[in-house]
Design a binder for this molecule. Structure first.
Ligand code: 2AM
Length: 183
């Protein structure tokens, strides 16, 4: 990996058992193209692109300052984009997901990191350059989202590899007892 810049993004990693279940289901659809490896399945929150490695510590501190609650992510719809991209997405967006992405993005912008201005389309890429889009597909996968991760994307002779450079827990908000004035 070059040491002067890194290709970075914040994402929600897909837990191993769910990733394997998703890949087994996907591989049964016979989509062709370039399937994403189970260990690479994730949902991007913010894509930073190429950044100086010297900013890494600042980014880690920025992430550590985020306070956001855990939530359940249910991916139950197949979507597609250009160049045969096929992905999973939620049919019902949990409020916590755009809130987390937006907090991250605002903090990144405040630090002078230019982000893609297109609105976030929460998705988990399954296949690139798929030859077919299935007419009938009824995915239904879910996992409890308890942390988010900063990844560096690295091109290797065996394909792309995502290296975790830090992960931060999502913590339930403290439920404070209601204040009752003394009589
Ligand atoms: P994709 O799977 O739809 O390509 C690592 O490359 C992650 O960052 C992937 O989730 C990828 O989405 C996303 N990504 C790559 N380029 C991006 C861009 N310009 N804007 C937003 N997300 C991007």
């Amino acid at each position: 990996m070059p040491t002067d810049t890194l290709r970075l993004f914040f994402a929600l990693p897909c837990p191993r058992d769910t990733a394997e279940a998703i890949c087994t289901w996907r591989d049964g659809l016979g989509l062709g193209g370039k399937p994403v490896a189970a260990e690479n399945l994730h949902l991007t929150l913010a894509f930073l692109g190429q950044q100086p490695s010297a900013r890494l510590e600042e980014l880690q501190l920025l992430a550590a300052a985020i306070e956001a609650p855990p939530f359940e992510l249910r991916l139950d719809r197949l979507g597609g984009g250009r160049q045969g991209l096929l992905w999973l997405e939620p049919s019902r967006m949990p409020d916590e997901l755009p809130a987390l992405a937006s907090e991250l993005q605002q903090r990144l912008l405040a630090s002078g990191i230019a982000l893609d201005t297109r609105p976030l389309r929460a998705h988990l890429t399954l296949v690139r350059h798929a030859g077919a889009r299935p007419r009938e597909a009824h995915p239904d996968f879910a996992w409890p989202v308890e942390r988010f991760v900063l990844y560096a994307s690295e091109n290797t002779p065996r394909g792309v590899r995502y290296l975790g450079l830090g992960n931060w827990p999502l913590v339930p908000r403290l439920q404070l007892p209601r204040f009752r004035p003394p009589h």
